[in-house]
Ligand binder design. Structure first.
Ligand code: ADP
Ligand code: ZN
Ligand code: ZN
Length: 801
């Protein structure tokens, strides 16, 4: 019998989107397992690529054409049976290539990197001058010293060849350690033999004699000894140097105070009881924990997790974006201690890999992380939580376009354990499922802190402010209330809504707007770097002093950037200490946390920021929240804009009055009568849900319809448009009359990085023909790709524009 491995190779194309069979060489037979990464030859020549073993089988007769696996890249499987099955599910639901799904599940350091080496084939040829004795040159090296074009010519002539190898990046971090080989008694004997004045040697000997434990080299260097001293010590037989594996601990500098459980209130108690009942029955029940802001959802999560951990099960909690919720991490670490591993994008690749390894080895029982933490290799899961389940960050915008909430539910089914979707403002989709009893609704209707109440909310019509002659960003009402809080030494949070908004530059004489040369969008002003920048392609140029079109110097800056508002605010309230939080002030690692800590320590009065301040802040002295412009997002041509506006207003209002002191919120808007705003004022999610459901029903949008978005792109507009119309005809012919097509239309930003985008949205209820048709469309689009025409499919897109 010959053992074979089925391998998914790292070539993301339709033709290669299936397992390829390889022979397992004798020496690897005992060790190769499903879920391991391997290096395999692929195609012609010396090309080696990475692959994943997805199955192992045997054959009686050997097929001569089969090639053997070159080597193993892992000593243990990196994807277990569950995750391999999850990859299949993801592929089915997102129309992505299997290899893309598999790679997405692992820390990025485990993605293959390829090393190219140029080989000398004919040693007698003129090419030999370029090679050292080994007959090999690194490809990148050749590129750097300019020999590449010449060498490629030799390659065409067949006297030089290229070898492709997989380069494994996932290095474990090690530290150098010292083990003492002398004890006190031995040291006594050595001391007299030391030369006079060998102070360092004596010092080293002293430390070694006193130490039973192994010590890191750092310990010695901190005391003034050098590695030379240690090497000499090793030569003399006093000590042994060795490497030991270590984790990069991003929280090493952090001390977490331990906290104890609150006595749950009735609503919380009920929620925990129902969740644990499902857990005990080994039931994959989906709960929708709909709790107003400050109702103690986190406490419910924590106490439910504790129960699960007691029975040696594990738990996972997803949060929208961990960098934005340091308080959440703090609460988890302080309650659950070292059991918690944290995965998020703010970690370095190495740190992420280490956290992943900890989980994989079973050293962490609780995983807290952003979207991709859903792939954490936890075993024995007893509870899964998706906090702020309505957040758009749970959907990945590039392939595979998965929604972490769906995968959370899939994993809960696999482990037969409950999953909690938590939010103060659930997505319409989830709330509707709770309505239909597909999910179990768990309501939390009052604030958990018995002394806290929901804030009072006031709406200010900005149209009136303008007619009153107030041209600042702050209404008179808000100004008054801010003065009041400053006098009382209480804190203020101000939100500048940036969605659908940006600062651009325009000539007042000719109306010229500075646009990106590569995209159909105006450039955004960045005062910190004094540049105009494109948020889509990264194009950057200096701020012009005169109009590039007419030469006029009358240039105006439109849109209200946070910096501009900050300056305005400081002028209005000169004594106020203001902290600004936006993309510019939080670019550096840890900057976000630092701003929040400063604010938490009451070293500032006002926190002014974009959407990122709306989440997770829990500070007792915030008694005033101001929303400077509630409606910028309402004007976006997206059916979810009301939902998003309502969610944002509710989130940010929820920052006020979370403890004893009563909170107030001022919402400034041009559309006070819009239901998303008036119902946010009423703090009535349920009524918003009812009203929004009526709108969706009328217009035929989710959750009444399923949706798929097809996007076509090409360097020329005509080609993109033509292809999209052809697809529309193809869809129309195959689908039932109940399916509706929106488009084809140019995408909201038609040109990005010099490519044109056209889109079609399909709305449907029950179309068995759709899935095979979409697969066929993808298949056929392979030929178009050679012409630079790309088709992508987004199942249940979160953005329609
Ligand atoms: P949510 O996540 O729903 O916004 P939190 O879990 O942050 O709410 O709770 C809000 C505040 O109430 C927190 O400061 C928390 O410490 C406190 N809290 C939670 N549960 C209780 C309880 N049972 N008794 C008293 N205070 C509580
Ligand atoms: Zn001009
Ligand atoms: Zn651009």
């Amino acid at each position: 019998m010959y053992p074979l491995a089925e391998v998914i190779v790292d070539v993301p194309t339709m033709q290669t989107d299936q397992p390829f069979t390889y022979l397992i060489p004798a020496d690897l037979q005992p060790v190769v397992k499903k879920g391991m990464r391997v290096e395999v030859p692929f195609g012609n020549g010396n090309r080696h690529i990475q692959g994943f073993v997805v199955d192992i089988s045997e054959t009686k007769t050997l097929d001569e054409r089969l090639k053997p696996i070159v080597r193993l890249l892992d000593i243990a499987p990196v994807l277990n049976t569950e995750l391999l099955a999850l990859a299949d599910y993801m592929k089915e639901t997102t129309y992505a290539f299997k290899i893309t799904c598999l790679q997405t599940m692992l820390p990025s350091v485990m993605k293959a990197e390829y090393k190219k080496t140029i080989l000398l084939v004919d040693k007698k040829s003129e090419a030999a001058h370029y090679f050292p004795a080994s007959g090999e040159i690194d490809y990148d090296e050749a590129q750097k010293n300019g020999h590449l074009p010449k060498l490629m010519k030799f390659r065409q002539a067949g006297i030089v060849d290229i070898r492709y190898e997989v380069h494994n990046k996932n290095r474990v971090k090690t530290v150098r350690m010292v083990k003492a080989l002398v004890d006190a008694k031995k040291a006594e004997k050595i001391f007299p033999t030391l030369r006079k004045g060998s102070l360092r040697k004596a010092q080293l000997l002293e430390i070694l004699a006193a130490q039973k434990e192994e010590l890191p080299v750092k310990y010695f260097t901190a005391l003034g000894l050098t590695t030379a001293h240690l090497n000499q010590g090793a030569k003399d037989g006093w000590l042994e140097l060795f490497e030991t594996e270590t984790y990069r601990d991003p929280f090493a500098e952090h001390e977490f105070e331990t906290t104890t459980n609150f006595v749950l209130n009735e609503e919380q108690e009920m929620a925990v009881a129902k969740i644990l009942a499902a857990y005990k029955k080994k039931q994959a029940e989906t709960f929708l924990l709909e709790g107003i802001t400050g109702s103690g959802k986190t406490e419910v999560y924590l106490q439910a997790i504790q129960q699960v951990l007691k029975e040696d099960k594990t738990a996972m909690m997803l949060v929208p974006e961990i960098a934005l919720t340091p308080q959440m991490v703090e609460r988890f670490k302080s309650r659950l201690g070292d059991a918690v591993a944290v995965l998020h994008s703010g970690l370095s690749q190495g740190e992420r890999y280490d956290e992943w390894r900890k989980i994989e080895r079973g050293e962490a029982q609780v995983v807290v992380g952003a979207r991709s933490a859903i792939f954490a290799p936890l075993e024995n899961i007893g509870l899964i939580i998706v906090d702020e389940e309505h957040e758009a960050t749970y959907k990945q915008e590039e392939a595979p376009r998965y929604h972490a909430r769906d995968l959370a539910i899939w994993r809960s089914r696999y482990h037969k354990c409950p999953v909690i979707l938590g939010s103060a403002t659930p997505s319409l989709e989830s709330r509707a499922r709770a309505q239909k009893k597909v999910y179990t609704l768990l309501p939390l209707q009052k604030r958990a802190n018995p002394n806290a109440n929901l804030p009072t909310i006031e709406i200010v019509d900005l149209k009136d402010e303008y007619s009153k002659g107030n041209m600042t960003s702050f209404s008179l009402t808000l100004q008054e209330k801010m003065q009041d809080r400053l006098a009382k030494n209480e804190q203020i949070v101000l939100l500048l809504n940036r969605r659908g908004y940006s600062s651009f530059m325009m000539c007042r004489d000719c109306g010229y707007v500075l646009d990106c040369p590569n995209c159909d969008i105006s450039l955004t002003l960045h005062m910190d770097t004094k540049t105009m920048r494109c948020h889509y392609c990264g194009h950057e140029e200096a701020i012009p002093h005169k109009c590039p079109e007419c030469g006029s110097k009358k240039i105006s800056y439109y849109g209200t950037g946070t910096q501009k508002v900050e300056a305005e605010l400081q002028e209005l309230l000169p004594e106020a200490r203001i902290l600004r939080m936006d993309v510019d002030t939080t670019r550096k690692k840890g900057a976000h946390e630092k701003i929040l800590t400063t604010f938490g320590e009451k070293k500032a009065d006002i926190l002014l920021g974009t959407q990122m301040i709306a989440k997770g802040l829990d500070f007792p002295d915030i008694t005033l929240v101001g929303v400077l412009n509630a409606d910028t997002a309402l004007n976006l041509p997206d059916f979810r804009s009301s939902e998003r506006t309502f969610q944002l207003l509710t989130q940010v209002s929820g920052r006020a009055g979370r403890a004893q002191k009563a909170g107030e919120v001022v919402i400034q808007t041009f559309n006070p009568e819009h239901y998303a705003i008036s119902l946010a004022k009423a703090q009535d999610y349920e009524r918003f849900y009812q009203q929004e459901m009526r709108m969706r029903h009328q217009a035929g949008y989710p959750p009444y319809y399923f949706t798929v978005k097809l996007t076509v792109s090409h360097e020329t507009e005509v080609q993109a448009a033509q292809k999209s119309f052809q697809l529309a005809r193809q869809l129309q012919a195959a689908l039932s009359p109940n399916a509706l097509l929106l488009g084809p239309t140019p995408s909201a930003i038609m040109r990005i990085k010099n490519r044109y985008y056209y889109q079609i949205i399909i709305k449907y209820k029950n179309e068995p023909a759709l899935k095979p048709l979409l697969e066929q469309i993808l298949d056929e689009s392979q030929i178009d790709q050679k012409k630079g025409l790309y088709v992508s499919i987004d199942n249940e897109p979160l953005n329609f524009i």
